[in-house]
Design a protein around this ligand. Structure first.
Ligand SMILES: [Zn+2]
Length: 116
């Protein structure tokens, strides 16, 4: 399950940030960005995070917020830009398949909010 691996990576990234900043406060919320191209199931990712956070003192009461980014493609022939719900890659305006992906590949920790 790839959500499990991603949750592990998130925890590693947050712990690295905490040790770099020397901050000892508990983490309140970790904001994570996932483009829909990555086919992540937010509920599964949050569940995996909740299971693994228990081994980390600063994270044990934190929550993971997952923001999904829609897939946006741009036609290289007519420059038309559209949001797609299914990964079917053609321009709905001129029917060209000569497209590039503008948004939807994101996968990163956006910010970390600490408790007071
Ligand atoms: Zn087009």
């Amino acid at each position: 399950m790839h959500e499990l691996q991603i949750a592990q990576n998130i925890i590693t990234i947050v712990n690295d940030e905490l040790s770099k900043s020397g901050n000892l406060n508990a983490v309140d919320t970790v904001y994570f960005i996932a483009g829909r191209m990555r086919a992540i199931i937010p509920e599964t990712l949050k569940f995996s995070y909740d299971v693994q956070k228990k081994n980390h003192t600063q994270l044990e009461n934190s929550k993971l917020s997952v923001k999904e980014i829609d897939i946006v493609i741009k036609c290289k022939d007519c420059d038309y830009q559209q949001t797609i719900l299914e990964p079917v890659f053609y321009c709905e305006k001129c029917l060209s398949t000569n497209i590039e992906i503008v948004n939807g590949n994101e996968l990163y920790v956006d910010s970390i909010e600490l408790a007071d």
